[in-house]
Write a protein that binds this ligand. Structure first.
Ligand code: IPE
Ligand code: IPE
Ligand code: MG
Ligand code: MG
Ligand code: MG
Length: 333
């Protein structure tokens, strides 16, 4: 935690022998507490600003896309407008800041495409043939609001458009190709799709930690690693930093899915925006079912620590990524 200048001033004054030490010490506590609150709220404000910026970019992408069948466009709009947390987009933007100190336009485009691919993955994940969910982001799932065929095609449309945008809108062709390769590798058959396939195949089996790690790393952590990597690529990170950003993404991504498993058994529809208890209902292999709730929380804590250690060679420009790792370990939605 960095202190506010005011906290430092009061701290040095409190040692003066003026008989008011207790008052100064009280001030000190209040101000230090205030600085903790302000660091947390700075984080939340920054996340909210980044999410709303990405929402704007997503709508610009959608509005600009001509020749889309009206019902398909409605499906795309419905799912892109739904209130996702935009965590992966924030990872792209914060990784870019960690690499170069600011958010570049390339990172904003990359962040929007990551959210498009993520949103497609949720639409398909919710289908009756997969997890069969009715509620997503506090709203009816795409196949409930429309129909199954429209949901499948809406997912296809978002996935494909993401790559069209990366190929078309990133002016530096080498950067564009690198972003496309990174996102495709994470979302494709040797990444998220394998994770989803393994998740389905593991239903109603006993499961082991090895199987779980394989599922969670592929279905979720690979996309977080891609988000961090795409931020690094956008910000021109060197090879060593790029490697660290990828590792950071894997650690928080695995932690993110463990937290998702925990929330499925401990949260409410209002908090989650989706139906809890689904994992048990579907016979999913999850961290709580395999290692228990307490051990799941311990592993999550360990991943959070590791994510922060991985960033040790970065300066304060990576603070948001550090804060994010801590926030995700405590998330309630
Ligand atoms: C849900 O991801 C799918 C998982 C990998 C657990 P999020 O919890 O980030 O979903 P949104 O985007 O905020 O709805
Ligand atoms: C979803 O995992 C992972 C992907 C969409 C790739 P879950 O099936 O656990 O996600 P939720 O709980 O439905 O959001
Ligand atoms: Mg699933
Ligand atoms: Mg699901
Ligand atoms: Mg889940």
């Amino acid at each position: 935690m960095r202190e506010t200048p005011a906290a430092c001033t009061i701290r040095s004054a409190s040692s003066s022998p003026n008989g008011g030490d207790w008052l100064l010490s009280l001030y000190e506590k209040v101000i230090v507490l205030g600085s903790i609150v302000s660091v947390e709220s700075d984080f939340k404000t920054d996340l909210a600003q980044k999410a709303s910026r990405i929402n704007v970019v997503l709508m610009e992408i959608l509005d600009r896309q001509g020749g889309v069948f009206p019902r398909l466009k409605e499906g795309m709009r419905y799912t892109l407008e739904s209130p996702g947390k935009r965590i992966r987009a924030a990872v792209v933007l914060w990784a870019c800041e960690a690499a170069c100190g600011k958010v570049l336009p390339t990172a904003e485009i990359a962040a929007a495409t990551v959210e498009m691919v993520h949103t497609y993955s949720l639409i398909h994940d919710d289908l009756p043939a997969m997890d069969d969910d009715n509620l997503r982001r506090g709203r009816p799932t795409c196949h409930k609001a429309f129909d199954e065929a429209t949901a499948i095609l809406t997912g296809d449309a978002l996935l494909t458009l993401a790559f069209e945008v990366l190929a078309r809108d990133i002016p530096d062709t080498a950067v564009s190709a690198n972003l496309i390769r990174t996102l495709a590798a994470a979302a494709g058959p040797s990444g998220m799709i394998t994770g989803q396939m393994a998740d389905m195949e593991a239903e109603h089996t006993v499961g082991t930690v090895e199987v779980l790690r394989h599922i969670h790393l592929n279905k979720t952590a690979r996309m977080f690693a891609a988000a961090a990597a795409m931020g690094g690529i956008s910000g021109g990170a060197d090879e060593s930093r790029q490697g660290r950003l990828v590792q950071y993404g894997l650690e928080i991504g695995l932690g993110f899915q463990i937290a998702d498993d925990i929330l499925d058994i401990s949260s409410t529809p209002d908090q989650l925006g989706k139906t809890p208890g689904k994992d048990q209902h579907q016979g999913k292999v999850t961290y709580p079912t395999v290692v228990g709730l307490e051990e799941s929380r311990r592993i999550l804590g360990q991943l959070t620590e590791r994510a922060q250690q991985v960033l040790s060679s970065f300066d304060s420009r990576a603070d948001r990524l550090r804060e994010l790792a801590r926030e995700l370990a405590q998330r309630k939605s």
